[in-house]
Design a protein around this ligand. Structure first.
Ligand code: CMP
Length: 139
């Protein structure tokens, strides 16, 4: 089925001018970018967005990293978009990511891993609504 998923191009990638290269990977995989904006997260927003990880030992590192540079938030639409995006991103740890994936090609470490993507339909809907209004989604 046609789905929508939420994506973040993270600070390590925006800093190295990889926004276009990463967007090209999504488009080449058949994912349409139906919304896109470059924003600077506040610490409170980063802590809120990653609230599910608040008890993890890397929470401080993760939230500080996410506010260290601007990010690009996007909504991707396509056939099985959630799974397809996860395939294009590759494994969370770039050391485990398959050849040709975004994380294999661009990520620096498990933390500085260039992209975030929703893991399920419920989280996709929540994450999209957190950053975008309905009017900003142009399918
Ligand atoms: P993301 O998909 O954005 O969701 C949670 C993030 O936590 C994950 O990508 C990783 O970048 C980050 N993360 C997971 N494990 C670690 C770790 N051990 N150290 C730092 N960051 C981590």
């Amino acid at each position: 089925a046609i789905q929508r998923t939420f994506s973040i191009i993270k600070p390590d990638a925006t800093k190295r001018n990889l926004t276009g290269a990463i967007a090209a990977k999504f488009e080449a995989a058949g994912l349409r970018i139906i919304a896109s904006k470059r924003i600077q997260l506040s610490l409170a927003q980063a802590q809120d967005f990653y609230g599910v990880h608040s008890e993890r030992p890397f929470f401080g590192e993760l939230t500080e990293f996410m506010i260290s540079e601007p990010i690009v938030v996007q909504v991707l639409e396509g056939e099985d978009a959630i799974a397809k995006n996860r395939e294009v991103m590759g494994a969370t740890n770039p050391a485990d990511a398959a050849d040709g994936t975004i994380r294999k090609e661009f990520a620096l470490s498990i933390g500085e891993n260039s992209v975030h993507g929703s893991d399920a339909p419920e989280t996709a809907a929540e994450e999209i609504a957190y950053f975008f209004s309905g009017l900003e989604l142009v399918g």
